[in-house]
Ligand binder design. Structure first.
Ligand SMILES: Cc1cc2nc3c(=O)[nH]c(=O)nc-3n(C[C@H](O)[C@H](O)[C@H](O)COP(=O)(O)OP(=O)(O)OC[C@H]3O[C@@H](n4cnc5c(N)ncnc54)[C@H](O)[C@@H]3O)c2cc1C
Length: 407
């Protein structure tokens, strides 16, 4: 039993496990094999609808909008049980994880009633439209423009790296509405209809052949002021609030989203190195020991987050350590696995999930070290929030955005 869990939570976990086991053959990894992306997405929508009907979709969101009305701990337990089965949840994870909670916090009652339940049932998809060609780490430096026109705003510019925008109906977006004030003060946050005239979504093909993200062009797109979330000029605050939800939800899988350590150990037992079983090689054994030690530390960090939640506290910046160390270790293990596989490692399966195929995991892990906060930004968080080191020198602090020198 988990140190942090009460008997009620253990009962919740057992019920969730039974529900998932019942439906894994229909919606899980094996059912997805050989499907086109459109078929896979349809399967994902059906799985989400089934979860919503049983109170397992968006467990922490209120029942009146289609959520489960449960706790953070219940949500974490459900995801822990669900993740190993490879259900088609990726298309919805960002939208339900960040934009929908933001709509619930800042939308009108009418917007929430109309837009949240269909998203929770998988009928609509939302994306998070923040990053720009000029950079994604420094939200305060965004240049994408919105200008007021009567009761509307006109949005123009380019955003990039937007996950699942090719399937999305709506997105939350950060725009610059005032260039004459300091950079953090001139931003405003909206939600936008991605089917509106003037919006062009172009998928970007990745190294492994998949297209998980997109660039989006807005050509004078008209957005009603009623789609503004939060006050004019408060977009930076809302963007940071959104990203804080992201950092926290990202930190749970001790493998960093890659194959489990047992898969590597099995590979090392089956492979040979200099005519001997690879598992006998010191470098391979050292790699296994190191990965085990790091994963145990990540599990401990996660346990601490669970204990914080159980005690009514918000988990701290240790999520940054979890993501940083998890992604680096996943990469190390994938490199070692590819060394053992030799030429066979090149013959990767593009339809395989990241938890099944070491070559896919290796190709994809580079993106994990950027998405949701790059390694360097996570180290900044550790330096400032955990070690108490001083912030970087910020020469643009307080300077009007249109007077910040650009190179
Ligand atoms: C798989 C994936 C999915 C994504 N999905 C989305 C999405 O759905 N929506 C969205 O808006 N964006 C998304 N992104 C974009 C992501 O948010 C950005 O890539 C990220 O914020 C970094 O921005 P950048 O790539 O522009 O790098 P930049 O911000 O230009 O940074 C370049 C380099 O400089 C380093 N750096 C920057 N500032 C500092 C600093 N202060 N101190 C030290 N080093 C620094 C960075 O670590 C990086 O190595 C996704 C990215 C990936 C890889």
């Amino acid at each position: 039993m988990d140190a942090a869990l009460s008997p009620e939570l253990e009962a919740y976990r057992a019920a969730a496990r039974a529900f998932i086991a019942q439906h894994a053959p229909t919606y899980g990894r094996a059912a997805r094999k050989g499907l086109s992306e459109a078929q896979d997405l349809a399967l994902g929508r059906a799985w989400l609808a089934l979860k919503a009907a049983n109170g397992y979709a968006c467990i922490t969101l209120p029942r009146e909008y289609g959520g489960g009305g449960g706790t953070d701990l219940e949500q974490i337990l459900f995801v822990q049980e669900e993740a190993p089965h490879g259900f088609p949840t990726e298309y919805f994870a960002i939208g339900l994880g960040m934009p929908i909670p933001m709509l619930l916090r800042y939308g009108t009652e009418e917007q929430k009633q109309a837009l949240v339940p269909p998203a929770i049932r998988g009928e609509t998809i939302w994306c998070q439209i923040f990053s720009e060609p000029g950079g994604g780490s420094d939200v305060g430096a965004f240049r994408f423009k919105a200008r007021r026109d009567g009761d509307d705003w006109i949005l123009s510019g380019q955003k990039v790296w937007i996950s699942w925008a090719q399937h999305s109906d709506y997105g939350v977006i950060v725009t610059r509405t005032d260039t004459t004030v300091a950079k953090h003060k001139g931003l405003t946050y909206f939600f936008v209809d991605l089917k509106a005239p003037g919006v062009t979504v172009r998928p970007i093909r990745q190294l492994h052949g998949r297209t998980d993200f997109n660039e989006i062009f807005f050509d004078e797109v008209r957005v009603p002021d009623s789609c503004r979330l939060g006050p004019v000029g408060e977009g930076f605050r809302l963007a940071v609030e959104t990203l804080m939800i992201e950092r926290y939800t990202a930190a749970a899988d001790e493998t960093g989203g890659g194959p489990p350590l047992e898969a590597f150990t099995a590979l090392a037992k089956a492979a040979t190195h200099r005519g001997r079983p690879a598992i006998e090689d010191g470098r391979v054994r050292g790699g296994i020991a190191r990965a085990h030690a790091v994963q145990q530390a990540l599990i401990a960090i996660h346990q601490k987050s669970l204990l914080d939640l159980a005690a009514g506290r918000t988990p701290g910046p240790e999520g940054s350590i979890h993501k940083y160390a998890g992604a680096r270790e996943r990469k190390r293990l994938a490199v070692l696995a590819l060394d053992l596989l030799g030429p066979a490692g090149v013959a990767f399966d593009p339809a395989a999930g990241m938890k099944e195929d070491f070559a896919m995991s290796w190709m994809d892990v580079a993106t994990l070290r950027i998405a949701g906060g790059s390694d360097e930004m996570l180290l900044n968080t550790v330096a400032e929030k955990i070690l108490g080191l001083p912030q970087d020198y910020r020469p643009d602090k307080g300077v009007p955005f249109d007077q910040v020198p650009v190179g």
